[in-house]
Design a protein around this ligand. Structure first.
Ligand code: ADP
Length: 631
């Protein structure tokens, strides 16, 4: 029989297992028990609707056997089992396994830490075993197969005998060395404590025949005789079988919640927050929700799937129930267990399930409240949260034409000019000056860039705070919001900033009228590139800037045009000129004496304004040539 080779990644992971440090090795038992429990879950689920399974809830169990003479440890389950093909696919390669997914997302140099904190699946058996044998019979199949491997060299699969469906995994433990006593794993107390530590909540009994001792009844009534003991063997269930979410909060420590999270949701970092909900009333359910501390690498892509695990009375019925979470809280991980849901409900039926809708609404409230609480009492963590997931929440404000904007507006933050720190809208408004009418904002690709924008000069000069919009969605979200606490939002590039005195406006208007011909000529020179050239009341030191008129701002133009659509939009651009800058004088001069040169200046100033705004100039080489020419 030919030995098959492991796939390359599997080989790498295996090698890593074999060389991991001793203290981490004990988690192999947890991994094998989890797999056994998953396999039982699958068959148990079937048994609820299929009498042919022939097993009731109390018949399912995981069994552990330690054989000191042969140095073997055996973990068996009467779960769904594996076919020959599944043995090949599931154990010959780790491509399907959670472990590999994790591996590729994280660097291998943190290996040993990873192994310690996080599940690494079936392969962890090789941390303690020199040989692993898996005998398995799939439910509904009449053949059983044996998978055997001594590590990196490969594995074999042969047909064998097994009466009932399920899997038996036998580990031939490695020889003890000076520092590593693998034989510990054959000790009863060790196994008992490992199960308690890692697998207590497993819903099926983990049984082991344990040796106990009891006093032998004293037949002759000599009261002074030494009591005698005898050993006897009894099958004991090692785990309490209560899932963590059904336990009382008072029994659980942060650490319990965190380690459950890491194992269950394959996250290497501890979550930022957990929420343990026990709800009774219109919907009865237990839920355990987590806010991760880091966004998954695919979070902001189409590949990301939101959802919570859904249990019906302790039985997993769906791994990612997306209807339980609104998109704007899609970052939440966790599970919901409810007695009110029917077990054999299909995905399609679930979508219309009234009960599920009630649960989803109630969970949404829980999450919102938790975030609000965090914002109030735990600012540091809230900001951490917002840096990872704030974009999603802001998107939620904008999404569905603002359907949820009022629900979310107090959760969003922006960096503001005041301290260059994140601020909420509420905080901004509470700091507004008495005479300040608007909430000002400026958009750009980075904070540094926005700070340089000429348009911000006047607002800053007035001592007003500006919100810095650096995410694409920001301006869209704010436009949908329209106002906050009756204060309207105003872009620093807006036509009327509400800052100029009437006198100043009059003065500018008069000047514009005076020079109407100059502006007309400049606009003509720029030939369709701008809809208007005018004098600016917002510029202090800069000569020119680009703003826009109408519905679409320059920032929105950038964003909309970056989207995959044939229809390109164009903001109506306005070139503003600083009337107090010497360049204005110069333009006037040229208008009187050299119209040809005026045209070139117009071109130059327009391009300069584009550059400052972070917009591409239409013809860079022409621009460069023009500069040289004028120099
Ligand atoms: P993961 O559990 O993360 O998917 P593993 O390497 O632990 O990765 O296991 C790979 C796959 O092998 C499992 O997904 C499962 O399909 C199968 N498997 C492992 N152990 C058992 C078992 N005791 N019974 C049935 N299938 C199993």
């Amino acid at each position: 029989m030919a030995t098959k080779e492991f796939k390359a990644e599997s080989k790498r992971l295996l090698e890593m297992m074999i060389h991991s440090i001793y203290t981490h090795k004990e988690i192999f038992l947890r991994e094998l028990i989890s797999n056994a429990s998953d396999a039982i879950d699958k068959l148990y689920f079937k048994s609820l609707t299929d009498d042919k399974v022939g097993l009731g809830k109390n018949d399912f169990a995981i069994e552990i056997k330690a054989d000191k003479d042969n140095r073997t440890l055996t973990i068996s389950d009467n779960g769904i089992g594996m076919t020959e093909e599944e043995l090949e696919n599931n154990l010959g390669t780790i491509a399907n396994s959670g472990s590999l997914k994790f591996k590729t997302e994280n660097k291998l140099d943190e290996e040993s830490q990873i192994i310690g904190q996080f599940g690494v699946g079936f392969y962890s058996a090789f941390m303690v075993a020199k040989k692993v044998t898996v005998v398995s019979k799939a439910y509904g199949s009449d053949k059983a197969f044996m998978w055997e491997s001594e590590g990196v060299d490969g594995y074999t699969i042969t047909e064998c005998e097994k009466d009932t469906a399920g899997t038996v995994i036998t580990l031939e433990l490695l020889e003890d060395t000076e520092d590593e006593k693998y034989s510990d794993f054959l000790e009863q107390y060790k196994i008992q404590s490992l199960v308690k530590k890692y697998s207590d909540y497993i819903r099926f009994p983990i049984k082991m025949a344990v040796t106990k001792s009891r006093p032998i009844e004293n037949k002759d009534t000599d009261e002074n005789a030494e009591p005698k003991y005898e050993d006897f063997i009894e099958v004991e269930t090692l785990n309490s079988m209560v899932p963590i979410w059904k336990k009382n909060k008072s029994e659980l420590k942060d650490e319990d919640y965190n380690s459950f999270y890491r194992e269950k949701f394959f996250d290497y970092s501890a979550p930022l927050k957990h929420m343990h909900v026990k709800n009774e009333g219109t919907a009865t359910y237990n839920a355990l929700l987590y806010i991760p501390s880091k966004a998954p690498h695919d979070y902001y892509t189409k590949e990301f799937e939101k959802g919570l695990q859904l249990y019906s009375n302790g039985v997993l019925i769906m791994d990612k129930c997306s209807d339980l979470l609104p998109d704007y809280f899609s970052f939440v991980k966790g599970l919901v267990d409810s007695e009110d849901l029917s077990l054999n409900i299909s995905r399609e039926m679930l979508q219309h399930d009234r009960q599920l809708k009630i649960i989803a609404k109630s969970l949404e409230k829980t999450i919102k409240n938790e975030l609000t609480k965090m914002l109030k009492n735990d600012r540091e963590n809230y900001e951490k949260f917002f840096k990872e997931f704030g974009l999603q929440v802001k998107f939620g404000v904008y999404d569905n034409f603002g359907l949820n904007k009022d629900n979310l507006k107090d959760l969003i933050m922006f960096v503001s000019s005041a301290e260059k720190k994140l601020t909420t809208l509420d905080e901004y408004v509470s700091r507004m000056r008495e005479d300040q009418q608007y909430i000002y904002y400026a958009s750009g690709e980075s904070i540094a860039r926005i700070e340089q924008l000429p348009q911000t000069e006047l607002v800053k000069d007035k001592g007003y705070e500006i919100l810095y919009f650096t995410d694409n969605v920001d301006e869209f979200a704010i436009r949908i919001l329209g106002e906050y606490k009756e204060k309207k939002f105003k872009s620093v590039s807006a036509d009327d900033l509400g800052l100029e005195s009437d006198e100043k406006k009059e003065e500018i208007k008069a000047k514009e009228e005076e020079n109407a011909d100059l502006f007309k000529t400049l606009t003509e020179n720029l030939n369709g590139k701008v809809s208007k050239v005018r004098l600016s009341s917002r510029l202090k030191s800069h000569p020119v800037c680009i703003t826009s008129e109408g519905e679409i701002s320059l920032e929105m133009e950038k964003v909309l045009n970056a989207m995959p659509s044939d229809q390109k939009v164009k903001a109506q651009r306005v070139l503003e000129i600083n009337p107090d800058h010497p360049i204005f004088e110069k333009l006037n001069n040229l208008y009187a004496n050299d119209k040809d040169k005026l045209g070139k200046y117009a071109e130059l100033l327009y391009n300069q304004a584009l550059l400052i705004e972070g917009l591409p100039i239409e013809n860079p080489s022409e621009f460069a040539n023009l500069i040289c020419e004028l120099m």
